[in-house]
Design a protein around this ligand. Structure first.
Ligand SMILES: Cc1cc2nc3c(=O)[nH]c(=O)nc-3n(C[C@H](O)[C@H](O)[C@H](O)COP(=O)(O)OP(=O)(O)OC[C@H]3O[C@@H](n4cnc5c(N)ncnc54)[C@H](O)[C@@H]3O)c2cc1C
Length: 513
């Protein structure tokens, strides 16, 4: 195999400093020689993001002969251009904000002026490089996985080619993920824009940043850049941010983003994009008015498109649908030998969802489902890492009602939780949806500083079939923000106290004087 530095094709790893060199040395080692295929593999996995890595590691650990094919960087989006760098940046941006607010809010030292964006990004690259070893080619080789770098393509119902070699398989898993969807806007292709593939390469803070899209990626990045000191304008087609989440949750995040300096423009239609020298210009229509917006950088964050092209899916007899590769509830494609996990075929496009599906798919593919199961049984929470964070799990009230399920909803504002008040983090709430007249949890939304760390309690309850009553019977330490769960249980218990029951209690107390 030819030497590769920096790797091609696709994402460019920039700047190619010592941290990115360390990253690449782990996830796309220079001089890597693809192994000779070892006969027919029990399992071939295409794509070495979270879904592919977890699938390959578990299968190899159980003794299967496994080939893992990656065309670019092992670790996929999460490690290289997704969760890891974004949360590294967000961590830095939060601490900048805390420093800037310390004097005004807490009587702390007054901190004025900007920080060093380049240093914050270098920190992110250093941490990402450190984490990357776990996803690295060397580690997977040591686990007994045959790692092939190159484009994987099905040539028949039971074979794949990569790097000019034919690899035959008994079972295969497609885990090729997704990429940034780019909207069709006149002039955009020639304007020069960032996506998640390139935004983490920045070493200079854009003075003015235009962000297209108000989903989780757009909101997280807009808020982080605003906290670093960019003038951020976020353009949204809809009426509100985070359209998949509870409207009240989105409203709180929207207020926080605005207070951090993000200019939010709803009901925006971008008519044309244009590059003028180093400047990006967007012609926009909003509420019937034409407007022109300028930025030094433009970030496109308008959703994800599955990587289905070039995979030879027709040759393999694998059908696609509007989500990507079509799978049944056991994650099997239309070719019973071939399965799919992660962003390529799931409505839950999260790392932990890809991981959870991978754990199922090994059993479903290799052991005829023994020890596996149905993807629909997984309880999958998600979190948007704005400040405050929005975490959700299970049904929304709207979807449950539309499905004909009766819902009771309990909401506890965070200003009723002492710790949230004391920390100055009381803009938020917990909203729990229960099956009508029962304590069975259908879903919940939590808006809190660290909602993502807290939502696991509800996810556990839902997975284990524990109702809100059991959460109420669980002693939570005081003062913590997790007391909000017990308060929701208390609120539910109060709703259970019917008028006849109250009358009985009153009579009892009258009796004993
Ligand atoms: C900016 C951003 C932030 C995010 N933050 C979070 C977060 O905080 N938490 C969270 O849970 N999720 C987050 N996500 C989503 C998360 O990154 C994805 O859900 C996760 O990476 C999906 O894993 P996957 O294995 O399905 O696909 P991927 O990680 O996309 O991996 C697919 C791999 O397949 C390879 N590939 C594609 N085609 C071929 C081929 N033909 N041959 C060989 N290899 C191929 C690709 O190169 C890639 O390495 C974020 C995403 C973005 C973009």
């Amino acid at each position: 195999m030819a030497a590769m530095a920096p790797p091609e094709p696709g994402v460019r790893v920039e700047p190619f400093d010592r941290f990115n060199r360390e990253l690449v040395a782990n996830v796309r080692p220079d001089g890597w020689v693809n192994p000779e295929p070892r006969g027919r593999y029990h399992l071939v996995v295409i794509g070495a993001g979270t879904g592919g890595l977890v699938t390959a590691a578990i299968a190899a650990g159980l003794g299967a002969r496994v080939a893992l094919v990656e065309r670019h960087l092992m670790g996929g989006d999460c490690l290289n251009v997704g969760c890891v760098p974004s949360k590294g940046m967000i961590g830095a941006a939060r601490s900048w904000q805390a420093a800037a607010e310390s004097g005004r809010r807490f009587g702390g030292p007054a901190v004025a002026g900007g920080g060093q964006f380049a240093a914050a990004m270098e920190r992110m690259r250093r941490l990402r490089a450190g984490i990357s070893r776990v996803d690295g080619a060397g580690r997977f080789r040591d686990l007994g996985v045959d790692v092939f770098f190159g484009e994987g393509r099905f040539t028949s119902r039971d074979s794949v080619t990569v790097d000019g070699r034919v690899i035959r398989f008994w079972r295969a898993v497609i885990a090729t993920g997704a990429r940034a969807a780019v909207p069709s806007i006149a002039g955009l292709a020639d304007t020069g824009y960032l996506t998640n593939d390139t935004v983490f390469n920045l070493t200079e803070l854009p003075r003015r940043l235009l962000v297209l899209g108000a989903g989780p990626v757009g909101c997280e990045m807009a808020q982080a850049f605003a906290r670093f000191g960019s003038e951020v304008t976020l353009l949204n087609q809809g009426d509100r941010i985070l359209p998949r989440d509870d409207a009240d949750a989105a409203a709180i995040v929207e207020r926080a983003m605005t207070s951090h300096g993000v200019r939010l423009l709803h009901r925006c239609r971008v008519v044309r994009a244009q590059g003028r020298g180093e400047i990006r210009v967007l012609a926009v229509e909003r509420d019937g008015q034409a407007e022109s917006l300028e930025g030094d950088q433009l970030l496109v964050a308008t959703g994800r498109t599955p990587h289905v092209e070039g995979l030879g899916l027709e040759a393999a007899g694998v059908a696609v649908d509007q989500r990507g590769v079509a799978v049944d509830d056991r994650l099997r494609t239309t070719n019973p030998r071939i399965f799919a996990v992660g962003d390529i075929g799931s409505r839950f496009r999260f790392t932990h969802a890809a991981d959870a599906q991978a754990r199922l798919v090994v059993a479903n593919a290799l052991f005829f489902g023994i020890g596996g199961g149905k993807a629909s049984r997984l309880v999958i929470p998600w979190t948007t890492y704005t400040t405050p964070e929005v975490a959700h799990v299970g049904w929304s009230e709207r979807d449950a009602t539309a499905a004909g399920i009766g819902v009771d909803t309990i909401t506890v504002p965070l200003h009723e939780v002492d710790r949230a008040v004391l920390d100055g983090q009381d803009e938020g709430f917990l909203r729990v949806h229960l099956r009508r007249r029962s304590d069975r949890i259908l879903g919940a939304t939590l808006v809190a500083e660290h909602a993502g760390d807290m939502i696991g309690e509800i996810a556990l309850a839902m997975t284990a079939g524990l109702g809100l009553r059991k959460i109420g019977a669980t002693v939570h330490p005081y003062p913590t923000q997790s007391e909000v769960f017990r308060k929701a249980a208390d609120a539910w218990r109060r709703t259970r106290l019917t008028s006849p029951a109250r009358a009985v209690f009153r009579a009892f107390f009258r009796l004993i004087g």
